[in-house]
Design a protein around this ligand. Structure first.
Ligand code: NAD
Length: 509
């Protein structure tokens, strides 16, 4: 397949039309959208002004007043329809995700499947917004908790999962009774506009009890994210992105006592023990470290190999790194597509230079020009032998770099794994029950996600997704994550004639 920018621009226009995005939204605007596949401009999107953002937040607040009265299973029906529309649009939206982010086609489609999965999950959840009945010490009293809609939910999302992150939040927020105002990454506005067009079709089928302004998007840069963060009408903000962004957003939300769901950077590790199934570990590590061009928050960035397997396992890893299929992410067979942009490439090169200065031996990592596209940034994945855990290994670099070191005893390896700022995802490869259980125990991995014989990347809907420490502490997309989008009221009802006070306090007037 010939990769010409003009072809991709045409294909993008056709996909947007098929998905229902009005042409005037994506032509003639001031926000240029580049495809990382060729590096060239594929659309010119119109951004949202500050005044428009203010109006959309106001509309969402009005929508809240109506939507909170719609019974939750009926709200679930809207999310069911969104899931149906996503099923119908999966091929087109998945391809648009690949065009806009550069991820390989099966991952683009997989991202849409994840949206469908969370819709299914949220529909079930809409009938399970349970409170507790609580034992009370007072006679003829009943104590319980009730969950109510919280208010407008702001979603700020990153470029690497341009639409799935919105859906993790929106599907649950909508069944919980919260309108959603979304600030997608300025690098990926097209998939956001397409998603809103899909939601528009579901709303049209849903009927009159969906108020206007229930789902909106603010198209543009960080200033629009800040508008959400600082607006008192927005009661919860789910912010996904770098830890640097979280450091800016977290305190501002805290200042006005708004609720924050922070999903920030990761520096994920795997430990490969003496007893590991090495074939399985190799495959898992290849996907987790190289997949999505190292641009997942859960990408594997550090691996600790037991002394006894270090040399032979490293040899096998090097072979995988040398032979991985790099190229056009839209072509069958490609496993490694481009980085998002020039800045990502430069950041990667700086990290590799720092690794060399820290005594590391770098294999790969150089620019790959097999397609002859000077404005696109394809790289060979980098495998870096480190003498110790030091230098750039302690930070997330959003690129396919895997640092390798050796260890001799498991508690030491777990200590190294935990000795970084981020706390998102982690894995151990072992067939030894004691090692696996230690890793999962209170003295084991300190991450929000800890896996055995699976890489750290590739979470599924149903489990709570998120991490500790500098990853921000937020949880989404499963378990009891729905509670973050609701407010809890504790209710005590006295159905007797006396007025006993708690703790036996006497107060007779
Ligand atoms: P980024 O931090 O540059 O941007 C993320 C979003 O935040 C964008 O929409 C951006 O416009 C907005 N933003 C930036 N500064 C802001 C501010 N001061 N106020 C309000 N909004 C602001 O991140 P990116 O480069 O798009 O994505 C990569 C990063 O995201 C990586 O660190 C990755 O680990 C992280 N990430 C985390 C998760 C997770 O669930 N933990 C998922 C995906 C990506």
């Amino acid at each position: 397949m010939a990769l010409a920018a003009s072809n991709l621009a045409q294909e993008t226009a056709a996909l947007l039309q098929a998905l229902g995005v009005p042409r005037e939204r994506t032509t003639g605007g001031s926000l240029a959208v580049h495809t990382p596949i060729t590096g060239e401009v594929i659309a010119q999107v119109h951004g949202t002004s500050a005044a428009e953002a203010d109006a959309k937040i106001g509309q969402a607040q009005d929508a809240f007043i109506a939507w909170r009265h719609v019974p939750p299973p009926r709200r679930g029906e809207l999310v069911r329809l969104i899931g149906e529309e996503l099923r119908a649009a999966k091929g087109d939206l998945g391809r648009l995700v690949s065009l806009e982010t550069g991820k390989i086609l099966s991952e683009g489609r997989g991202e849409v499947q994840e949206m469908i999965d969370i819709c299914d999950f949220a529909v079930g959840q809409s009938r399970q917004l349970y409170g507790l009945a609580i034992a009370t010490e007072r006679r003829d009293h009943r104590m319980m908790e009730t969950w109510h809609p919280l208010g407008v939910c702001g979603v700020i999302s990153a470029f690497n999962f341009p639409v799935a992150v919105w859906s993790w939040n929106a599907a649950l927020a909508l069944v919980c009774g919260d309108p959603v105002v979304w600030k997608p990454s300025e690098k990926t506005p097209l998939t956001a506009l397409a998603t809103l067009a899909i939601v528009g079709r579901a709303l049209a089928r849903f009927g009159d009890d969906a108020p206007a302004g229930l789902c909106a998007a603010l198209i543009g840069g960080p200033a629009l994210g800040e508008a959400l963060v600082d607006d008192d009408r927005v009661k919860v903000v789910s912010a996904t992105g770098s830890t640097r962004m979280g450091r800016a957003v977290g305190p501002r939300l805290a200042k006005r006592f708004a609720r924050a769901i922070l999903e920030l950077g990761g520096n994920n590790a795997a430990i490969v023990t003496r007893s590991a199934d090495q074939d399985l570990a190799l495959r898992a590590i290849a996907f987790a470290a190289i997949g999505t061009a190292g641009q997942r928050c859960t990408t594997l960035r550090r691996v600790f190999l037991h002394d006894s397997i270090y040399a032979p396992f490293l040899e096998r890893l090097k072979r995988v790194y040398r032979t991985i299929a790099i190229g056009d992410p839209l072509a069958a067979g490609t496993l490694l597509g481009p980085l998002i942009d020039a800045r990502a490439y430069e950041t990667m090169q700086r990290a590799l230079q720092a690794a060399r200065e820290a005594g590391g031996t770098v294999h790969g990592g150089e620019r790959w020009d097999g397609l002859g596209l000077p404005q696109a940034y394809y790289v060979r994945p980098a495998l870096v032998e480190m003498p110790a855990q030091t230098g750039p290994m302690l930070q997330e670099t959003f690129a396919p770099i895997l640092y390798v070191t050796r260890y001799s005893d498991l508690p030491e390896a777990i200590g190294l794994q935990n000795a970084v700022g981020a706390g998102l995802s982690s894995s151990i490869f072992t067939l030894d029950l004691r090692e696996a259980e230690l890793f999962l125990s209170a003295a084991g991995s300190d991450c929000g996600i800890a896996n055995v014989n699976i890489g750290p990347s590739g979470a599924e809907i149903g489990g709570a997704f998120g991490g500790e420490k500098e990853t921000g502490g937020g949880r989404e997309a499963g378990s009891d994550a729905w509670k973050a989008y609701m407010r809890r009221a504790t209710n005590t009802v006295n159905y007797g004639t006396a007025l006993p006070l708690a703790q036996g306090v006497e107060f007779t007037v």
